[in-house]
Design a protein around this ligand. Structure first.
Ligand code: HEM
Ligand code: HEM
Length: 182
């Protein structure tokens, strides 16, 4: 169980596992979409779906246990900013894989995890190599959400890491050490 002095191994394992997956997926996502690196798309999609399998138990764990108690008393604004950022982070981690799945599924590109088909492709018989959207409006909405929340999440992560470093370097408190299990 999480206490003021110590975070449980489950909290720590889920935090660092999800953090690693999210930072990698954001980096690969922005890179492949900007430079149109098609070879990375199936890998991004497969790991994005796998990430959801770890993200969902984490959200349940967090909602069940509440946010960690601060290691000491923070200023009110600082505490409110940290909690707001944690909400953006946790909701963002849920919205990203779901919006990505909706986008890929509705656009007819399909989703599979290394061959296991989760949403079928819809090949265009008249234009080999191209696909026909099952529902263009839904696909566009998923795409927009995936991009906008992607930027929001990236900004929240920068703020979150800056906050963690501020606690460690300037406030010299145990916030970061506690998440590292020390
Ligand atoms: C936590 C999970 C995920 C994260 C953090 C993530 C992040 C991103 C980011 C940052 C982009 C670039 C957005 C842009 O500039 O357009 C992107 C693109 C994309 N993502 Fe994800 N993604 C995740 C999961 C998924 C899943 C599960 C799928 C599909 C099953 C998916 C499909 C795509 C596709 C197709 C693109 C390319 C969009 C384009 O070319 O406009 N993503 N992703
Ligand atoms: C190098 C990167 C990261 C560092 C150094 C870091 C550090 C920390 C620290 C020190 C805490 C404890 C805060 C407290 O006690 O109030 C924390 C909590 C949290 N972090 Fe991170 N973090 C990182 C990346 C991420 C990423 C990428 C995400 C999500 C996308 C994330 C989501 C959260 C959430 C939701 C919490 C609240 C507690 C929990 O749910 O476990 N973190 N982080």
């Amino acid at each position: 169980m999480d206490t003021q002095n110590q975070l449980s191994p489950i909290t720590r394992a889920l935090h660092w596992l999800v953090a690693l997956m999210i930072i990698s997926l954001l980096a690969v996502g922005f890179y492949m979409a900007t430079f149109e690196v098609w070879a990375l798309y199936p890998i991004h999609k497969a790991f994005g779906v796998i990430a959801l399998l770890i993200i969902l138990p984490r959200v349940v764990w967090r909602l069940k246990n509440g946010w960690p108690i601060p290691v000491r008393e923070y200023l009110t604004w600082e505490h409110k900013l940290a909690v707001a950022t944690h909400w953006v982070l946790i909701l963002g981690t849920v919205i990203m894989p779901i919006s990505g799945f909706i986008f890929s599924g509705a656009s007819g590109h399909g989703v599979d995890i290394f061959g296991l088909v989760l949403a079928p492709m819809n090949p265009d018989p008249r234009h080999p190599g191209e696909v026909i959207a099952f529902n263009e409006t839904v696909a566009d909405a998923g795409n927009e959400l995936h991009e906008i929340v992607g930027y929001l999440l990236a900004m929240a992560i920068v703020l979150h890491i800056a906050g963690a470093l501020k606690h460690h370097i300037f406030d010299k408190d145990r916030t970061l050490l506690r998440m590292l299990g020390k």
